[in-house]
Design a protein. Sequence first.
Length: 368
Amino acid sequence: MKFKFFFLTTFLIFTTLFISCVSVQVKDNTVSTISSEIKKPKNIILLIGDGMGLSEVSTAIYYKDGNPNFDRFHTIGLSKTSSASDLITDSAAGATVFSTGVKTYNGAIGVDKDTIAVPTIAEQLSKRGLATGIIATSSIQHATPASFYAHVKSRRMYEEITEFAPNSGINFFAGGGLKFFKNRKDGKDLLEEMRAKGYDVITDQLPTTPSKNNELILLAEDGMPKMSDGRGDFLPNATKLALEKLSKNEKGFFLMVEGSQIDWGGHDNDADYLIGELLDFDKTLGVALDFAKQNGETLIIVTADHETGGFTLASDGSDYNKIKPSFSTPGHSATMVPVFAEGPGATLFNGIYESNEIYHKMMELLKK
């Protein structure tokens, strides 16, 4: 009898300790386990290398002078990227899964498979008083950035996507897409509407210091120029500017930064284009990592919506000391993509999981 009592008491104590240390969340047939001992971040920077698989990441090792910033991460996982409609996702469904946690059909922007709008992480955090920002080297109406503030049934609805911007609550936009604000079929001048909502609208050059107001920075009619066409340090400098601005919010911030044109180089099967964009993205990682190291309350997550081009770093024939980049498709591939994490909560991103788990992990970490 004493032995049974001892066993029962020991079991109850162990169970109580286990439950007190771990909370389990089940959503959309996925399970996220969050330890109470894990330090939670105040801020999250999500950097998306559109079309960036492991071979694309590897170019930073072989083509960059000096050590790549990817080497500074201590947590690495793998994400399974299929959408609700296809084994191979597109950027719209691939980004919507990060912004909403919902697997949807290819082409969807911020809506589920039934075209019903789903609140984005940026919208939810903005309502809680956190600052939010979106940066891209595409237009801000392109699939990935649009998925964080708009809700439309098709990624090609650029003018409709733009109409969400004035009331989005996003504090900082930077990228291209000027023409969708002013040269519209409906005749609306959405730049004036943005100003009426309190935004500073900047269309000439990237400022060196942030404004006290919300900012809409549009430096191209559509997508930004390629690195090879003189884009310069727009992406790292815009990231630095956004961090200076958003970090002033005492409640915290969420910033999404996209290296959009890694994907475009993959679609073009142009290795020089892809590598130039990847190295620019790696430089931007350095800005984010330096900020997080100094700040101490910021989680950085780096991943991709999918891989593009079936890109490989093959040998040049039988010469194993010479790399000859090659492609197997002008489209996307089904390969898993890497997830890098650094900062408070980073260890949650170890392992292999569905892409929508990234959203659930972020939201759990930022839960009040």
